[in-house]
Ligand binder design. Structure first.
Ligand SMILES: [Zn+2]
Length: 86
């Protein structure tokens, strides 16, 4: 890994890695999953249907867990993105 240029802290902000829809803490959309390193919102999961390979699914939202709560949980307090040089 290269030199760290900057780290962006998203705080409590969550967005789907596929459609970029924002999910604030008060949004009630339930579900979602982690596909490799990408967080998919419930809408994208429904739209993907059978195209999702079980081997790529690394985590799923619990029953009655919102997409926002799920993403914050799996990031375990590290809701950041680090940009590095080559
Ligand atoms: Zn989405």
């Amino acid at each position: 890994m290269g030199t760290v240029i900057t780290t962006v802290d998203f705080g409590n902000h969550v967005a789907c890695d596929f459609c970029s829809e924002e999910h604030s803490a008060d949004k009630t959309a339930l579900g979602g999953l982690l596909l490799d390193t990408y967080a998919l919102c419930p809408k994208c999961v429904a739209g993907a249907g059978n195209e999702l390979k079980p081997s790529q699914i690394k985590a799923r939202a619990a029953d009655m867990e919102t997409f926002h709560a799920f993403v914050i949980r799996i990031r375990a307090g590290n809701n950041t993105m680090t940009i590095t040089s080559k």
